[in-house]
Design a protein around this ligand. Sequence first.
Ligand code: CA2
Length: 150
Amino acid sequence: MSDEPTVLILNGPNLNMLGVREPSIYGRDTLGDIEAACADRAEALDLSVDFRQTNHEGELVGWIQEARSAHDGIIINAGAYSHTSIALMDALQASELPVVEVHLSNIFRRDSFRHFTYVSLAADGVICGLGVQGYLLALEAMARLIQEKE
Ligand code: CA2
């Protein structure tokens, strides 16, 4: 059995539509492409990844609660729930794990209701506007955050 640190990568509502609609905002990569890129980068960083997507807020909360005992860090693109969910913020804070928030688009260039995120109040760092590369940078940052915690 491997003793590599494991990182939970969570994706929220509508991100399963990536590559299918709105390529001008979110690019042409599918969520499957992002998962494959994360798996490659994680291998180079000696991390293992558990990559998931759901359209349901409660499922995200449940996965975050389970991560406390099963994972070493959380990377999260909570989609629109980022801007609305106190429940997600509470769960992330209670996990006591390192958290990096990612957004594909530059949320500060978009509608003002996207400028605030509850998730960022529970995150060690936030990356936005860099598309798929944001997930890979989040993995790099997570490798260091986990090392520092050990
Ligand atoms: O930029 C991001 O990654 C977002 O988290 C994406 C969310 C949006 O609500 C956030 O403000 C920023 C939306 C995800 C919806 O993704 C779609 C992809 C293709 C087609 C339709 C929606």
